[in-house]
Design a protein around this ligand. Structure first.
Ligand code: FAD
Ligand code: NAG
Ligand code: NAG
Ligand code: NAG
Ligand code: NAG
Ligand code: NAG
Ligand code: NAG
Ligand code: NAG
Ligand code: NAG
Ligand code: NAG
Ligand code: NAG
Length: 623
């Protein structure tokens, strides 16, 4: 029976086990050693990147532990996702929202939408400011080599298409290593003539700049690549770039296995306590059948000689920390979990990008678009469509109100819109973020709006730097069930004012005096969404309470790399404050969310983290 399951498993696992020597994936939980040099918790985007780098020299043994299993990648396929729902959002008419996170080898990089972008200079320079140290290397300049190490240029756009669509890109922002063990940014071969009218309208619109592409640290109308392999256009993700085909003796991956908590000896992290995802899959029966032989159904501790790296993502990393006794002491006491370190920042500071349904108009006649050469092969012609983004700072969105919005933000008391009874260090940290964001509101290169531009009239923008902060906390009645996620969106009321300004921007863009699209708009039928009825700020904000979505699945910030007196959870080396041998490497450590989709940044963070971890593993003798 077990043997049948194993054979089925090999069949399902496909090319990753095609090699005759495949040591990496453990089919039997009991085959995991009792101790490794490094234990990486979560085989997701950051986790597989770090595990690859820590194991590549062959000097260290590494175990990555993943709750999901090896499955074909697929965009937002529920089978490979956690099923978490946010708490009702009191400022969004009590609506609840899915908290989507990948549950699969590859993590969210296996299920995401493959938009591949980095933030601007101000985003990463803010990270340095929030460190509380003067010589932080977590800034734009020092991170660029890690972006180039993390992301290789798969290919630029097809020259014919580049010419027709004015696609430009900055090759120097990416690495040039074509090893298949890489993550690739590939410019779309998309070919949608319908994009031309909106592209031309945006190009000429006041305040819209045209950087060479999105990756150079400034904003505007820019082309973006996708996380795609060159030639095949397959998804490029942490499994394809940092796991498949490595087959290293010193690197094991255990799937369908949950890390419940970190176990300590005093303040030193010793190991992790694991349990099977499907206890009934013992000997190949039950749900895990054919995917993993889940023999070894009991709880077990696996120890790490050097370090435990938490890479379980911004929803589960804070949960694991809290279950381990690292978090706000008041919460841990309520949950009857012994406190190892009182760290109020664990699970605080949750940020995401929010989604504003598009402003839409009816057309009298659709704008004409030029005839272009469509003789390219179909795959190149249609795959995914061109990645064109309009990214704007507040001065571009609202030339008349950005200064007053920044002033009213700066005049808020930092504690005013944070959860009641929050720890003073969290307030101190938010005060720092408030200072930096207020300055960002005056900067045309700090994104408040990002719109993926497709064919007219669709344009659904995202709010890139929300001012509210949410929480991830244990479910007190069932600590091992999914954590409680509260985006607390619009708890800071200025969030909705900013998005309302963005609606007005798009109204002007379609029908204002500078608009070249106005001639095509059916001004009698008018705006179909939000609609003519929503004119006042109060009206628009009311519409947003009913229609805005507070997450586009980019959760960040819940174990932030910030000064401890500012509510930080990890230090400059990504080590958890107050303990030894435990670090965090994933989107949780972002002090503030970048004004860009998050995956490219998390790869760069993981590459830098791997260097930091390796540097501290070396014992220097004689100095
Ligand atoms: C639907 C969707 C669309 C997205 N679209 C884009 C996009 O177009 N562009 C972009 O840049 N970003 C996008 N993102 C966001 C981006 O993919 C994530 O921010 C990034 O991949 C997160 O990386 P991570 O390493 O922090 O976490 P993840 O990649 O989520 O990895 C965490 C891993 O830890 C595992 N895990 C969790 N808890 C445990 C436990 N207790 N024990 C063992 N394992 C555990 C999880 O199963 C998971 O595999 C999208 C995300 C989603 C979900
Ligand atoms: C989702 O993934 C499962 C498991 O790999 C697969 O069987 C199913 O066909 C996928 N569904 C879709 C819609 O792709
Ligand atoms: C989420 O629900 C789907 C069914 O819709 C299931 O296949 C999947 O295993 C669930 N995810 C988790 C992590 O339990
Ligand atoms: C949302 O729920 C809270 C608590 O149940 C309630 O007090 C409030 O009136 C609700 N708000 C709306 C708009 O329904
Ligand atoms: C940073 O530098 C300033 C002066 O340049 C100094 O006053 C301050 O103490 C330094 N802070 C730290 C944390 O080193
Ligand atoms: C490309 O840019 C040139 C100016 O550099 C402009 O004249 C032309 O219209 C642009 N092409 C498109 C498709 O907008
Ligand atoms: C290219 O990447 C591979 C895989 O990470 C690595 O082994 C190799 O050393 C890299 N080559 C260069 C020149 O950096
Ligand atoms: C691309 O993906 C397909 C389907 O999963 C697979 O058959 C093919 O081998 C992949 N190509 C490359 C170059 O990885
Ligand atoms: C107007 O546009 C909306 C979509 O924006 C569409 O649903 C509606 O049918 C259109 N109305 C007319 C009369 O064309
Ligand atoms: C159209 O594209 C094909 C393939 O690239 C090329 O051979 C042909 O010359 C192009 N025609 C024009 C008019 O540009
Ligand atoms: C806590 O978990 C239990 C069991 O999964 C669930 O029924 C309950 O709704 C959760 N509590 C909250 C506040 O979500």
């Amino acid at each position: 029976m077990a043997r049948v399951a194993l054979l089925l498993g090999l069949n399902v696992l496909g090319h990753c086990l095609a090699s005759p020597h495949s040591y990496s994936l453990l089919h039997n939980r009991d085959d995991a050693h009792d101790v490794y040099d490094y234990v990486v918790v979560g085989g997701g985007t950051a986790g597989l990147t770090v595990a690859d780098r820590l194991s590549e020299s062959g000097k260290y043994t590494v175990l990555a532990i993943e709750y999901g299993i090896i499955e074909p990648d697929g965009r937002r396929n529920r089978t490979n996702m956690y099923n978490i729902t946010s708490v009702p959002q009191v400022n969004l008419n009590n609506r609840t929202f899915p908290v989507d996170v990948g549950c699969i080898v590859g993590g969210s990089s296996a299920v995401n939408a493959q938009g591949f972008q980095r933030g601007t200079k101000r985003d990463y320079n803010n990270w340095a400011e929030l460190s509380g140290v003067n010589d932080s290397s977590w800034n734009w300049d020092d991170l660029q080599p890690y972006f180039r190490k993390a992301i290789q240029l798969g290919s630029g756009p097809h020259p014919d298409i580049a010419r027709v669509y004015n696609m430009t890109y900055n090759a120097g922002s990416y690495g040039t290593n074509t090893s298949k063990h890489s993550i690739f940014a590939t410019f779309s071969r998309g070919h949608t003539p319908a994009i031309i009218p909106i592209y031309q309208a945006l190009r000429g619109y006041p305040g819209v700049e045209i950087p060479i592409d999105h990756s150079v640290g400034t904003l505007g109308l820019a082309w973006t690549p996708r996380s795609m392999e060159p030639i095949s256009f397959n998804r490029s993700y942490s499994r394809s770039g940092h796991y498949d085909g490595l087959n290293r003796d010193n690197y094991h991956l255990l799937t369908a296995t949950r890390v419940e908590k970190v176990v300590f000896k005093g303040k030193a992290a010793e190991g992790v306590e694991i349990s099977p995802r499907w206890p009934e899959a013992h000997e190949g029966k039950g749900k895990g059948k054919g995917k993993i032989n889940g023999k070894g159904s009991g709880k077990r501790v696996i120890r790490a000689r050097k370090e435990i790296v938490l890479s379980a993502g911004a929803i589960h990393t804070p949960q694991i920390l809290q279950l381990s006794g690292i978090g706000p002491a008041s919460l841990l006491k309520q949950a009857k979990i012994p406190v190892i370190v009182d760290l109020p920042g664990v699970g605080a500071n949750l940020q995401d990008h929010a989604y504003q349904p598009a402003v839409q108009f009816n057309w009298t006649t659709p704008p004409p678009y030029p005839e272009v050469n469509t003789t390219l092969p179909p795959i190149e012609a249609f795959l995914f469509g061109p990645g064109l983004n309009l990214m704007l700072g507040l001065p571009g969105i609202s030339p008349t109100r950005y200064q007053s919005l920044a002033a009213s933000y700066l005049s808020q008391s930092p504690s005013e819109f944070l959860p009641k009874h929050i720890h003073p260090t969290i307030i101190a940290g938010y005060a720092q973020q408030q200072r930096l964001y207020a300055a960002g509101m005056l900067d045309k290169n700090f994104a408040f709006s990002a719109t993926g531009v497709g064919a007219l009239p669709v344009a659904a923008p995202q709010l890139m730097h929300g001012l509210s902060r949410g929480t991830v906390t244990l479910n007190l009645s069932f600590p091992l069930s999914e954590p409680i996620v509260d985006y607390r969106f619009a708890s800071n009321p200025l969030d909705l004012d900013i998005v309302a300004e963005n609606i007005k921007f798009y109204r002007r863009f379609y029908t204002g005096p500078d608009s070249i699209l106005r001639q095509y708009v059916d001004l009698t039928l008018g705006e179909s969404q939000p609609g003519k009825g929503y004119q006042s700020d109060e009206g628009l904000k009311g519409w947003l309470r009913e229609n805005l979505v507070p997450s586009v699945y980019h959760p960040s910030g819940t174990a932030a790399k910030m000064a401890r007196e500012w509510g930080g959870v990890v230090n400059e080396g990504l080590e958890v404050y107050g303990v030894k041998g435990l670090s965090v490497v994933d989107t949780s450590i972002f002090p503030t969310i970048p004004g860009a989709a998050t995956s490219m940044t998390v790869y760069a963070v993981a590459e830098k983290a791997a260097d930091l971890i390796k540097a501290r593993a070396v014992v220097v003798v004689g100095f």
